[in-house]
Design a protein around this ligand. Structure first.
Ligand code: PLP
Length: 277
């Protein structure tokens, strides 16, 4: 006879099935051996890997993607009285971060072909209070960054890109999150690359304001046990190992592998899309 707990287990539909193998255990051992369970050299190493992957000048690790958005908004000087244009179809953290920064999110329609910000509609959302626009690269689909950057320039707005769901995604050959003034990534458990929890702020501008993390420091720092550097070896192509190879070959015939797939974007020929739940 099955217990109620076993019955529940049978009915469970797993949304997230991280691919964790011995390479993560080895990374965890490095953390434990180093005795640094807070930010230290390994954090910088992870930031450098992100800089290399995305091609941005500065990557700064924080505790999650929401805090990365908050830190980015504060660094851009966004606060009370300001409006930020945010797509009306996204994860709630995009708008929450604007509210946390004391500003007002102004929701804007998305395009039917990409589910990303519709710049033609955004034109109608601009007011004298609009300071910034936040394109979201949703489900691994890039927003049209040519259009977004031209729109921001026309209205003198800063650009903060929410690339929480878009690590490895490119638009016109350039990694998303690196077009605007600030971009962010999330390493939450359902992301293509996960640390369980974690986030990264990306910028090509002067990083000092981001590093000092105004107002957010005590809740924005990352602890090292979060950084199992899960999946990063495969993503950067830096550290191939036997487990990775075995897993990939098993995956080839597995219909679920679509979840880790890469495809040409249907929306924009310029975009490289990466499936993300
Ligand atoms: C589009 C989007 N923005 C922001 C976030 C926030 O990231 P985090 O969960 O790491 O705070 C997420 C994901 O969780 C997301 O999907």
């Amino acid at each position: 006879m099955t217990t109620p707990a076993q019955q529940t287990e049978k009915a469970l539909i797993v949304q997230i099935e991280p691919w964790i193998d011995k390479s993560e255990l080895r990374e965890l051992e490095r953390v434990i051996d180093s005795t640094f369970v807070v930010e230290h050299e390994l954090t910088r190493e992870f930031e450098c890997m992100t800089e290399k992957l995305t091609g941005c000048n500065h990557a700064i690790a924080v505790c999650n993607g929401t805090m990365a958005l908050f830190v980015g908004l504060k660094a851009l000087g966004i606060g009370p009285g300001d409006e930020v244009i945010v797509p009306n179809f996204t994860f709630i953290a995009s708008a929450n971060a604007v509210i946390l920064a004391g500003a007002t999110p102004v929701l804007c329609e998305v395009r039917e072909d990409s589910f990303c910000l519709d710049v033609a509609k955004a034109e109608q959302s601009v007011t004298p209070r609009t300071k910034s626009v936040m394109p979201v690269h949703l489900y691994g689909q890039s927003a049209d960054m040519d259009e977004v950057m031209a729109f921001a320039k026309r209205h003198g707005l800063s650009v903060i890109e929410d690339a929480a769901e878009a690590i490895g995604v490119r638009f016109a050959g350039k990694h998303v999150g690196t077009f605007g003034d600030v971009g962010i990534l999330s390493y939450y458990g359902n992301k293509t690359v996960t640390c369980g929890e974690g986030g990264m702020v990306l910028t090509n501008n002067e990083p000092e304001k981001l590093r000092s993390r105004p107002e957010g420091h005590f809740c924005s720092r990352i602890d090292w046990v979060q950084f199992l550097v899960h999946g990063f070896a495969g993503c950067c192509g830096d550290r191939p190992n036997e487990e990775d190879a075995r897993h990939r070959s098993q995956e080839a015939g597995d219909p679920r592998s679509i979840r880790r797939g890469v495809a040409r974007s249907a929306g924009f020929p310029a975009g490289l899309h990466r499936f993300t739940l």
